[in-house]
Design a protein around this ligand. Sequence first.
Ligand code: ATP
Ligand code: MG
Length: 362
Amino acid sequence: MRTISIVNQKGGCGKTTTTVNLAGALAADGFAVLVVDMDPQAHASLALGVEPDDLEENLYEVLVDPTGASKLSRIILNACPGIDLAPAGIVLSALEQKLASENHEARTERLSAALSSLQTAYDFVLIDCPPAVSLLTFNALRASQEVIVPLETSSFAVDGVQKLLETIALLMDRVGHSLSVRVLPTLYDGRTRYARETLGEIRELFKELCFDSVVRLNVKLREAAQKGVPINLYAPKANGSLDYAAVAMEVALGAPKDVTAAIAENEALETQSAREIVIEYRDSEAGDVRIAGDFNGWVPDRDVLSRVEAQGRTRVWVKVLRLPPGTYQYRYFVDGRWRVDPANQDISAGPMGQTNSVLHVR
Ligand SMILES: Nc1ncnc2c1ncn2[C@@H]1O[C@H](COP(=O)(O)OP(=O)(O)OP(=O)(O)O)[C@@H](O)[C@H]1O
Ligand SMILES: [Mg+2]
């Protein structure tokens, strides 16, 4: 049994759509799938044709009570061919407060305990998470070995993903089990240049942690949700159906790598674009001090944050550079004249025979 959480604290990025339609595609491939709806909004339940208000019991009963694990089989219903559902209900939003007095350990292992008590064997358990890093999400992650992060390819979707990966790593530390993470580009509109560029950025940022498949924008996905069935049962030839079939194939092929590697890789990339270097130039006579180097095309002060401070008669020019790791040559441009950095002993001959200061960014 592979348990996969569909997680992103950002709302509307396609978590529920991914959960339901990946379930549909896996079921069509002959796998037995259980969808666990951990979102009080119960959108996954609705998208599988189940009206939460008609049910007497839902996941709340399973999670609220320390002995509730055994109730899981009781609340599970068959939603579509090959797909069972553990439905949500709005009461789930009260769970966090209800369990506030219990320790973290006890509160976060409820779903995991319930799933391990299941008699029926599923090939896949897909957990749809709410758009928050909440107790419900922690329960889902604890119960999972894998995570899929849907990422919208049409906005500043990449922001916050590093934070999410860190949260997942933190949780892994606490529970002592590892999670594999993969990012799935969704809501992709290939007609716009912006979306194409964003997809390129996502691929560059996440590399092999990114699915090869992309879920295109397809109105049939929305319609299928309204009909209460996965898209393969509603419009099997629509792009949405083909895309989720491709995602299912990638999922069925196996789990990706561990989140720690993902974070290390991502951090390396982040620092590559965001390392901040602060250097100072002190002088009691100079009026205008700029910096130029191979980091800014030798254009004095281009892309450099600069400020001047007074220290008695001496003025201090503080230069802030944002540089990827590497070795750079530079010089100051003081009142219209080039000069090396007097505070830096590391110098080198430049290509034109001039002497430059050298900066190593690690
Ligand atoms: N590929 C797509 N093409 C067209 N519409 C889509 C696509 N994916 C999702 N949608 C629609 O976008 C909306 C948001 O998607 P969805 O509910 O799956 O996001 P979510 O991340 O689960 O949101 P929430 O954070 O509120 O739980 C829904 O109306 C859904 O039908
Ligand atoms: Mg949702």
